[in-house]
Design a protein around this ligand. Structure first.
Ligand code: ATP
Length: 253
């Protein structure tokens, strides 16, 4: 079989290469609680994989396990390298960008300072792209992040993850949470552009957002993978969507 080099593929095209990320038999623990049970899935490069499931299913814990922010066992491979025993800073240094649910910007610092702090030594920094995708940030470089709207803070968090050109994988937790509908659309468009450059795993409850952008889905329930495959297969099957996510086709959560 001939493998098409990543740089010659159409944006978002399915990859025939090895997965960029692979989880096998991953268990995760928070204190005494056993949260993830034998979680396994693969993330092909060059596309968006959505991590779905009801509240408390284990989506955030899965992202945190990849980063080493919770105690985990099992195998996690990034570009074929086993990172399952690595500390968070080591995983990040291998080119993983993380946008947590709470956005995690430095509220007391300006937009420009927040971006400067995200610069990774040794990487190129894509300021032009960041300002093209998020023109509002360019207009607010001297504004303190804490005084910006929730949507603008989300854009800053995404910009921080996108800034380093050696990032190979972005892990983004609930990007549309708490945003007004017009900002949800803006963030969704930015995410799609970002994913053309960097493989993305996104946790998202808003199915209207995810059904347009995700190529693959992984569904979790009670810490276990209960479904994975092409996004279209799930979203075109109303019964399955309802069974796995508790919503009817076309419905948001
Ligand atoms: N610090 C913690 N201590 C104990 N249990 C926790 C902790 N954090 C999460 N959990 C539990 O782990 C399970 C998975 O939580 P997680 O946040 O990963 O789910 P989620 O699918 O991201 O949920 P949501 O969609 O509501 O954000 C839940 O039952 C949750 O109560």
């Amino acid at each position: 079989m001939t493998t098409v080099p990543t740089d010659q593929r159409a944006p978002g095209a399915a990859s025939t290469a090895d997965p960029i990320l692979e989880l096998r038999g991953v268990d995760a623990f928070i204190g005494e609680s056993h949260i993830l049970h034998r979680v396994g899935f693969s993330v092909p490069s060059g596309e968006i994989t959505a991590l779905l499931g009801r509240n408390g299913a284990g989506k955030t814990t899965t992202l945190r396990s990849i980063l080493g922010l919770v105690e985990r066992r099992g195998t996690i491979r990034l570009e074929g390298h086993d990172v399952s025993g690595k500390a968070p800073h080591e995983v990040v240094r291998r080119g993983v960008g993380y946008v947590p649910e709470n956005r995690d910007v430095f509220a007391g610092l300006t937009v420009a300072e927040n971006l400067r702090l995200a610069e990774r030594h040794g990487a190129g920094h894509r300021y032009d792209l960041v300002y093209e995708l998020f023109p509002r940030l360019k207009e607010r470089l001297t504004q303190r992040a804490g005084s910006m709207s929730g949507g603008e803070q989300q854009m800053l968090a995404l910009a921080r993850a996108l800034l380093n050109d050696d990032n190979k994988l972005l892990l983004i937790d609930e990007p549309s949470q708490g945003l007004a509908p017009n900002l949800v659309r803006e963030v969704a468009i930015a995410l799609e552009r970002m994913a053309e450059l960097v493989t993305t795993v996104v946790v998202e409850q808003n199915l209207a957002v995810i059904r347009h952008m995700a190529r693959r889905v992984v569904v979790l329930d009670q810490g276990r993978v209960v479904h994975q495959g092409p996004a279209r297969e799930l979203f075109e099957d109303e019964r399955l969507t309802h069974e796995l996510l508790g919503v009817a086709r076309g419905g948001d959560r």
